[in-house]
Design a protein around this ligand. Structure first.
Ligand SMILES: Cc1cc2nc3c(=O)[nH]c(=O)nc-3n(C[C@H](O)[C@H](O)[C@H](O)COP(=O)(O)OP(=O)(O)OC[C@H]3O[C@@H](n4cnc5c(N)ncnc54)[C@H](O)[C@@H]3O)c2cc1C
Length: 162
């Protein structure tokens, strides 16, 4: 893993400012369960210039309800959503979905924001660089998408809506 510039931010405004300063070359870090693995396996086409840690922003892990419905902060952990009495009682499907993700360790670290924004789960794209070399798929600048004609039974969406 290469060394990288790591910044702990205290506000969302600070995070957005840094993202903009790095012009697409910085990455937000929440629980790190997806991002750090991708960096170690050299999956991202370009290594980020900076990692912006948003876990240091206070108050973004809320799970609450108001007149408009359920509100969940981006830093709420999957484990906390799964065991929240409010979610379990009134939004049972969501509690069950959060409980079904990965392993207890991942759910204790992984946030809902990171879950929604996680990188693509395609085993060709995710193939680790250090095991027999990089698979240069379409998303990494190659010409073809191996999932189109290869093992794709667990994939959900190809292409874009017309
Ligand atoms: C072994 C394993 C099994 C898994 N199984 C499942 C599964 O069964 N089902 C499933 O749904 N997922 C699964 N996952 C994915 C897991 O849910 C995610 O790794 C986790 O939710 C990511 O959350 P995080 O906080 O750690 O994100 P991070 O790793 O910190 O970030 C992930 C990505 O989201 C971006 N990001 C994070 N927070 C924000 C934000 N607030 N705003 C904008 N961008 C943001 C980061 O920049 C990064 O690109 C699995 C992961 C592993 C490692």
């Amino acid at each position: 893993m290469k060394s990288f510039h790591h910044v702990n931010v205290k506000t969302t405004r600070e995070a957005v400012k840094l993202l903009s300063k790095h012009e697409g070359k910085a990455k937000l870090l929440a629980g790190g369960t997806d991002l750090l693995g991708s960096l170690k396996d050299k999956i991202l086409p370009d290594y980020p210039e900076a990692i912006i840690n948003i876990k240091t922003i206070p108050g973004l892990d809320y799970i609450k309800e108001d007149a408009k419905g359920l509100k969940i902060g981006a830093l709420a952990k999957l484990a906390d959503i799964a065991k929240s009495p409010l979610v379990k009682e009134k939004y049972k499907l969501l509690a069950e979905a959060a409980e079904a993700v990965a392993t207890p360790q991942i759910r204790n670290m992984g946030t809902i924001g990171g879950n929604i924004c996680q990188d693509l789960r395609c085993w060709y794209y995710r193939y680790p660089h250090q095991v027999g070399g990089r698979i240069l798929c379409y998303l990494k600048g190659g010409k073809g998408c191996y999932a189109l004609t290869g093992e794709n039974e667990y994939h959900s969406i190809f292409g874009e809506p017309e």
